[in-house]
Design a binder for this molecule. Structure first.
Ligand code: HAM
Length: 418
């Protein structure tokens, strides 16, 4: 019979890789916590409206990439394509802002987008997501970026490239939009079908189009930086000045609009050429109007999401060694009595936090030693009837081959030497 395989674009994380995931998660938790962030865990399913309103109806994500279905004839629900909208939904639903609008939150988990799978692009992927709510101050923008880069370096990324832009605010963006509309006039025929539609829905989305023809046109278009109002210009200048405090290098990319509609002012991406076309490993920015648009008070916010799979693909090989911790001890037991003893000791050590393994198939010493070797156990305790009788056995160091005699009636005595 044929085996059933995983769904296209959905990937298993096998035991050999999982250690790397745990390591990255641990680093993230440590660093995010040091910067004052608290973990929030949110559901994988949300009402579709949350994303339609939050991310924007005219975005690729909402238009064509969401896994949306009717919940047995009731509400339309969607597998979350990102975490920002969900975190804000939780912040509003539980009135987390009531006592203090400031909330620094992070979450780690799977997201779902029905994109065409390729290297670095999956239909289920994972994000490390941070959202800092309640601060408008430009120093926070730089602080968020500092934390992000500090984290990326801590897991071995040598030189993350930071691209920055400001997308302005509701008072300056309309004039930019107007100038884009004028610029695109007469060029409609050269745009892809999606972009032709975007002219009437959200012309800024044309900047985000991956089609060569559209990219070529947009390369000549006016840029938002020339339209920023005084407030946005000052804010952006202060972000840059605050980044300079920490010597954070960046390039300003005036054509970066990000693929989600909620952004205002600072936006950023961390890119690498390592992954070919899928070169963004992090995307983020400020979304000062989003909390209000989702029915809450006028509270600003900024955040980012790191693509877990893309980050792992970029980590240097030497950072990826040693994630599978081998057992400390293997008990090679020959004969019924020795097996009984091994079974007890093995589990007693495990309960004390000493990873211990044994063999249950009553094989000879040679094959048990082979197994100990394959598992890369540091030490092996070899016991048979004779050792049980003498209550003494050899503890062998698998690297040096050195053997010492240990007592079997009081393993506590030598357990620290494992
Ligand atoms: P995003 O740019 O859509 O932003 O996604 C962030 C990161 O998720 C990307 O840079 C990429 O590394 C990863 N990613 C996205 N799609 C895929 C995919 N199909 N396969 C593998 N990795 C993928 C957001 O999601 C925003 N919520 C970020 C944010 C948080 N902005 C403010 N707060």
């Amino acid at each position: 019979m044929e085996i059933i395989t995983a769904v296209k674009g959905f990937k298993d994380i096998l035991p050999g890789e999982a250690g790397k995931w745990q390591y990255v998660e641990e680093q993230a938790r440590k660093i995010f916590t040091a910067f004052g962030c608290l973990e929030i865990r949110i559901p994988i399913l949300e009402k579709t409206d949350l994303f339609a309103r939050g991310i924007g109806e005219a975005t690729d994500i909402v238009e064509k990439e969401m896994y949306t279905f009717r919940d047995r004839g009731a509400d339309l629900i969607t597998l979350r394509p990102e975490a920002t909208a969900s975190i804000i939904r939780a912040y509003l639903e539980h009135h987390l802002y009531a006592a203090d609008p400031v909330a620094k939150l992070y979450t780690i988990g799977p997201m779902f987008r029905r994109e065409r799978p390729q290297k670095g692009r999956y239909r289920q992927f994972h994000q490390l997501d941070v959202e800092i709510l309640g601060y408008e101050d430009a120093r926070i923008d730089a602080e968020v970026i500092l934390m992000l880069i500090h984290f990326l370096k801590s897991v071995g990324l040598k030189s993350p490239q930071l691209e920055l832009n400001s997308l302005g605010c509701p008072s300056c963006r309309p004039s930019f939009r107007e100038s884009i509309l004028q610029f695109l006039q007469g060029k409609e025929g050269d745009l892809c079908e999606d972009c032709q539609r975007r002219i009437s829905t959200n012309p800024l989305r044309v900047f985000d189009c991956k089609m060569e023809g559209c990219k070529h046109i947009i390369a000549q278009a006016p840029v938002i930086q020339d339209f920023l109002c005084g407030g946005c210009r000052d804010h952006f200048a202060e972000v840059l000045a605050s980044l300079a405090v920490f010597d954070i290098a960046y390039t300003i990319n005036p054509r970066m609009v990000r693929g989600l509609d909620y952004y205002a002012r600072t936006t950023f991406e961390i890119t690498t050429d390592f992954l070919g076309a899928q070169n963004a490993i992090v995307g983020g920015g400020r979304y000062d109007g989003l909390i209000r648009d989702l029915g809450g008070p006028d509270i600003p916010g900024i955040g980012f999401a790191i693509g877990f799979e893309r980050l792992l693909a970029m980590m240097p090989a030497d950072q990826c060694d040693d994630f599978i911790k081998p057992p400390a001890l293997f008990i090679a037991a020959l004969g019924t009595e020795a097996q009984k003893f091994a079974y007890q000791l093995c589990n007693r050590f495990r309960m004390q936090g000493i990873p211990t393994e044994m063999d249950y198939t009553a094989k000879g010493l040679k094959s048990q030693m082979k197994r100990a070797d394959r598992l890369k156990c540091r030490k092996v305790l070899i016991i048979g009837d004779r050792e049980i009788e003498a209550q003494q056995a050899d503890l062998r160091d698998m690297q040096t081959g050195e053997q010492v005699k240990v007592t079997l009636d009081n393993p506590e005595e030598w357990k620290d030497r494992i």
